[in-house]
Design a protein around this ligand. Sequence first.
Ligand SMILES: [Zn+2]
Length: 323
Amino acid sequence: MLKQLMNKSNALIILYIFCATPLYAWNLGKEGTFQFEKINDNIYVMHGPLSEPSPSNNGFMNNPGIIVSHNGLIVIDPGSAYQVGQEVIKEIEKISDKPILAVFNTHIHGDHWLANQAIKEKYPQAKIYGHPAMIKQANGEQGIIWVDMMNRLTEGKTKGTQVVAPKFSVVQGTMIEVDGQHFRIHAMIPAHTNTDIMIEHVQSQTLFLGDNSFYQRMGRFDNSASMLGNIKALEYATQLKMSVYVPGHGRSGKADTAIKPFLDYLLRVQAVVQAGFDDDLQDFEIKDKVIGDFSDYTSWHGFDTNFGKHINSMYLEIEKTAW
Ligand SMILES: [Zn+2]
C-alpha cells in the first residue's frame, strides 16, 4: 500500500514538473525561458533577453521573427551565433515544421545575423537578404570583428561560428515576394548604423524596425550611426501607421510602446544637447545638468552605461551641423 502511494505521489510530482516547465521554451536559466509568441496574423517573435552578450545568455539577446506562409517560413534576424541559430530553429519547429525559404537581416550588428550559418546549414536553398552596405561589411572586417567579439563576450560559447553574409541586396523601396508573402523595404540611413533596413510585411501590416528602436533597453551608437537620422527613421516609421511594430530589443507592440518611448528619449537628448551647446556647455556638463530629468528612463537596461555616450554622440552631431 505504502509503495503504491509512493509510486502515485512520484507520478504526480513528475506530472507537476512536466506541466510547470513550459514545453515551448528555450530555457536559459537565470536569463529566463524563451519561445515564439504570436504578435500578428501568421507572425511570431521570440523576444530575447535585454542583457548584453554573456556566457549566461550564450550571446542570445535579439528578437528573431518568423512569418508563416503556405509552403514555408521567412525569418527576420535569426540571432547571434551558429549555436544560437540551432536553438532558434528548434523553437521555430515548435511553431511550424515547414522549411525556411528566406531570411532578412536588419543590420550589421552580429547579434542579429551570425545565426545565418545555422539556417544555411539546414536549408541551403534559403535566400538571405540585406542592405548592400551590410553585405559588404559582413564580408569584410566587420564580419570578423563581430565573430571574435561574440566569442569573447560569451567566453567561447559561440566558438566555430562563421560569417554567412546575405547574398541578395535590398534598398529603400525594394519589394520582395516570397511564397505569396509581400515585403517592402524601408532603408533610412544612416540611423542606428549605415546598414539598416526596416522590413514591412505588407499583408499583416507589421514593421520589423531592427535596432532603430528599443523598448526598456538602451543600445550604443557606433561610429557609423546618426542619432538625428535615427529620429528621422522613427518619425517615418510612425507615419507608416502599421498595426504592430517589432523593435530590435524589447517587446513588440503598437507605435506607442515600440517606437514612441525611444523616439521621445532621442528627441529629449537632442533638445537638452542643443540647449547646452547654445549655452557653450561641454557634453559632460550637459550630462550632469540634465540627468535628473531622465528619470523615466533610468530603469531601462543599459541607461547608466549609455546615457553619457548618447549625450556625447549627440553633441558631436550637433557640433558638426553647426559648422
Ligand atoms: Zn544593433
